[in-house]
Ligand binder design. Structure first.
Ligand code: 5RP
Length: 235
C-alpha cells in the first residue's frame, strides 16, 4: 500500500475514475458509488452532460455522492421509479484475482450493495494499491444495528480471531447504524463463506465483502489503465 506517493495515488484515482465513464452511454440509468475515486467519475459525467449533452440518470450510494451528483447536474432517480440500473460504478478498498471485494471504507456499504445487486453490471474503479492476493489486510467494515452492538461485536470477534473496533464512538452511517471494523489480516481465503457466516449473525446489517458482484475492474497503475474482466463479466 505504501509504494505510491499521495500524488501518484491521486493521479491513478483520476485516471481510473474517468476511464470507467467509457461504459456509460446515452439513456442509461446508473448506480453511482462512493469515495475519492468515484468522485472523478462523477466529475467526468458532469462534464459530459454539460459539454456533450449526455443524457443519463442515477441512484447515489450515499448522501455525499448525492450532493456531488446534483452539483454536477446528474438527474437523480428514486427507487419508487426505478427497478433496475444498467450498471454501477463504484470504488473498492481491496480486490482479489476473482474480483471479490472489500468495500465500506467510506461507510456506504449497505447502499452500495443494494445498488450493486440492482445493476446489470458492476465496474470497480481502483488504483494499484487496492490489488491483493488474499483479502483482509484492510479492516473489514461491518454495518450493525445499534441495539446490542457490543454483543454483535463479540460474535464477530469469535469468527474474526483479530481485533474488532467500533469506528468512532459517534460515527453512524447514512442509515443511522454503527460500523465495526474487523481486523482479519490477509486471511480471508474463502470470502463467499465468510460473507455468509458474518451475515448470519443477528445484528449484522451488512458486510463489506462483495463476492461474485464485480464484473470489471478499471485498474490504474503508474504505467496506465488496465481493464480486468471476470470470465463471466456481464459488461
Ligand atoms: C465506500 C467505499 C469506497 O468505494 C471505498 O472505500 C474506496 O474508496 P476510495 O476510492 O476513496 O479509496 O466502499 O463505502
Amino acid at each position: 500500500m505504501g509504494q505510491f506517493t499521495s500524488e501518484e495515488k491521486e493521479a491513478m484515482k483520476a485516471e481510473a475514475g474517468i476511464a470507467a465513464c467509457a461504459f456509460v452511454e446515452n439513456g442509461m440509468r446508473i448506480g453511482i458509488g462512493t469515495g475519492s475515486t468515484v468522485k472523478y467519475t462523477i466529475l467526468e459525467l458532469g462534464r459530459r452532460i454539460r459539454e456533450e449533452g449526455l443524457e443519463i440518470s442515477g441512484i447515489p450510494t450515499s448522501d455525499a455522492t448525492e450532493s456531488l451528483s446534483i452539483e454536477q447536474g446528474i438527474p437523480m432517480l428514486e427507487w419508487s421509479d426505478c427497478e433496475h440500473l444498467d450498471l454501477v460504478i463504484d470504488g473498492a478498498d481491496e480486490f482479489d484475482s476473482e474480483l471479490h471485494l472489500i468495500k465500506g471504507g467510506g461507510g456506504a456499504l449497505l447502499r452500495e450493495k443494494i445498488v450493486a445487486e440492482s445493476s446489470g453490471g458492476m465496474i470497480v474503479v481502483a488504483d494499484a494499491s487496492k490489488r491483493v492476493e488474499v483479502l483482509g489486510e484492510f479492516p473489514l467494515p461491518i454495518e450493525v444495528n445499534p441495539y446490542g452492538w457490543e454483543q454483535t461485536k463479540r460474535r464477530i470477534e469469535a469468527i474474526c480471531g483479530g481485533v474488532v473496533n467500533r469506528r468512532g464512538p459517534d460515527y453512524l452511517t447514512d442509515n443511522g447504524n454503527p460500523i465495526l471494523d474487523a481486523h482479519f489480516g490477509p486471511t480471508i481465503e474463502d470470502p463467499v463463506k465468510m460473507e455468509a457466516d458474518l451475515r448470519a449473525i443477528s445484528g449484522v446489517v451488512e458486510v463489506g465483502l462483495f463476492t461474485d458482484t464485480a464484473d470489471v475492474v478499471v485498474l490504474a497503475a503508474p504505467g496506465g489503465c488496465e481493464l480486468i474482466r471476470k470470465p463471466t463479466a456481464r459488461l
